[in-house]
Design a binder for this molecule. Structure first.
Ligand code: ATP
Ligand code: TZP
Ligand code: MG
Ligand code: MG
Length: 260
């Protein structure tokens, strides 16, 4: 899949938060994809016409941005390109929660990616949030399987263990390093990497799992020769750029369960 992404160089249209715009664009370039950031309600539908995937991220949401996401999402649905939703901090405020629900109602989302707290909130479970982070500890698999039923669409729950499920199949990935939680945008970039992988034409759940596994292995490579979060952030971009499929195959810690 990574070779397909690098060959295709898909254009990923991101409507994302102010914190991670630059990191997300650089991460997509490092991956071999092409980023574009466009937020204006006047242009998002036109931008989607050129895009291969759409990544929606509610991290620093405003009312016009919600409107732009819905316009872009509908245009993406019409075109038949994948749409990823990262519900950053959903549950932290009523505005975010209502906006996320509205986007889910109006747009056909291909897959949602978030931490366990965010994903739980989307499904109406009341989990304490600390800003955009969650203190929720426990089994991500349990959360994912509960939530996927309620939401009725595929989910990626990330954390120490990553769970990718559509309610029938469930992939578990145990790669990744804790330093990812000390770099802002590590999750947001992953959501856009998932969007890029969904353009390969592979089975959606397998493509999403490929993206999450690739990213986890890249983070492990990046963590090998760094001194802290600053150099790790740069090393992660370099690892995403350099990582080849053989290393991913040798390093990925992947498990697969059939749910039903
Ligand atoms: P948050 O908003 O809580 O920081 P996030 O949106 O940044 O969440 P994460 O859940 O941190 O997203 O996932 C981003 C990446 O970090 C994923 O690849 C995940 O596997 C990895 N990750 C998160 N926590 C850990 C951990 N404790 N150990 C190893 N990898 C982790
Ligand atoms: N505040 C609003 S959006 C954002 C912060 C800190 C970035 C969140 O990034 P991630 O990838 O969820 O850690
Ligand atoms: Mg994070
Ligand atoms: Mg996040």
């Amino acid at each position: 899949m990574i070779n397909k992404v690098r060959h295709k160089q898909p254009l990923v249209h991101n409507i994302t938060n102010q914190v991670v715009v630059n990191f997300t664009a650089n991460g997509l370039y490092a991956l071999g994809a092409a980023p574009v950031m466009a937020n204006a309600v006047e242009e998002v539908a036109d931008m989607v016409k050129n895009a291969d995937a759409l990544s929606l991220n509610i991290g620093t949401l405003t009312t016009p941005q919600v409107e732009a996401m819905i316009i872009a999402g509908k245009a993406a649905n019409e075109k038949g390109i994948p749409v990823v939703l990262d519900p950053v901090g959903v549950g932290a405020t009523p505005f975010r929660t209502e906006a996320a629900q509205k986007i889910l109602k109006e747009v056909d989302i291909s897959i949602v990616r978030g931490n366990a707290g965010e994903i739980s909130h989307l499904a109406g479970l009341d989990i304490p949030m600390k800003g955009v982070d969650t203190n929720l500890k426990g089994d991500n698999r349990e959360v994912a399987l509960k939530v996927v039923k309620q939401l009725g669409l595929p989910v990626i729950v990330t954390g120490k263990q990553d769970v990718i499920t559509d309610g029938k199949r469930c992939y578990l990935i145990d790669n990744g390093v804790e330093l990812l939680t000390k770099v802002t945008g590590a999750g947001c970039l992953l959501s856009s990497v998932v969007a890029a992988f969904l353009t390969t034409g592979d089975d959606l759940l397998e493509a999403a799992t490929g993206a999450v596994g690739f990213y986890g292995v890249a983070s492990e490579v990046a963590a090998e020769h760094i001194s802290g979060p600053g150099s790790f952030q740069i090393a992660l971009l370099d690892a995403i750029y350099q990582l080849n499929s053989d290393v991913v195959k040798d390093t990925i810690k992947l498990d697969h369960i059939i749910v039903s």
